[in-house]
Design a protein around this ligand. Sequence first.
Ligand SMILES: Nc1ncnc2c1ncn2[C@@H]1O[C@H](COP(=O)(O)OP(=O)(O)OP(=O)(O)O)[C@@H](O)[C@H]1O
Ligand SMILES: O=C(O)C1=C[C@@H](O)[C@@H](O)[C@H](O)C1
Ligand SMILES: [Mg+2]
Length: 197
Amino acid sequence: MSEFQQSVAEDSQNHRYALHKTVVMVGMMGAGKTAVGRALAQLLTVPFLDSDQEIEAAANMSVPEIFARDGEPFFRARETQVISRLLQGRACVLSTGGGAFLSETNRTNISERGVAVWLDADLDLLWSRVRHRDTRPLLRTADPRATLAELFAQRVPEYSKADLRVPCAPPVSIDLMSKRVAEVLLTRPDVLERVDA
Ligand SMILES: Nc1ncnc2c1ncn2[C@@H]1O[C@H](COP(=O)(O)OP(=O)(O)OP(=O)(O)O)[C@@H](O)[C@H]1O
Ligand SMILES: O=C(O)C1=C[C@@H](O)[C@@H](O)[C@H](O)C1
Ligand SMILES: [Mg+2]
């Protein structure tokens, strides 16, 4: 690990952390990759990046607009480029889109430069979080609950290839989830260490 990649930070309880690798949040839409990833970055005092947001900023369009105008394969190609680029920078928290970890290329890139953390949430919890929003183009179907269930069944075997798994049950607040993730990361001193004085 280069000094460039390492980041030493102090949280509000004066814990100091050294993050050695980029933490890549993976999992289903609604698992909390963006919300928990942002809180985790704050806890560790490292930058937060989100591949969906980076793609939207570069295209100056929303994810649904990109899907509608250019199609999903175009979006997936941009996603692979963006994730590869963001992995080159200093250690940070990088939240990905729900489909990103299904690509073998992305999984290889992530394992070379970072550590994949799967936020493992059950279907009912995911549905309760995504049902009110219209921002996920893959759920714009006649029966979005059934579509979510199909995606869940197809994808769980892929997410289970992540280096680390953090259960979202029992459900807790976003801040507590970020602490749960940090505790799991601390089991891997090559990823995260507490360097309290
Ligand atoms: N632990 C939590 N407690 C309460 N609400 C949560 C929690 N985690 C996420 N949420 C809420 O659930 C919704 C979905 O979360 P989020 O957008 O972070 O999911 P995501 O995994 O990034 O999904 P996508 O793959 O679509 O980007 C948001 O409104 C978020 O605030
Ligand atoms: O689960 C998915 O395939 C997606 C999740 C979102 O984060 C976006 O990346 C997009 O809506 C596709
Ligand atoms: Mg997200």
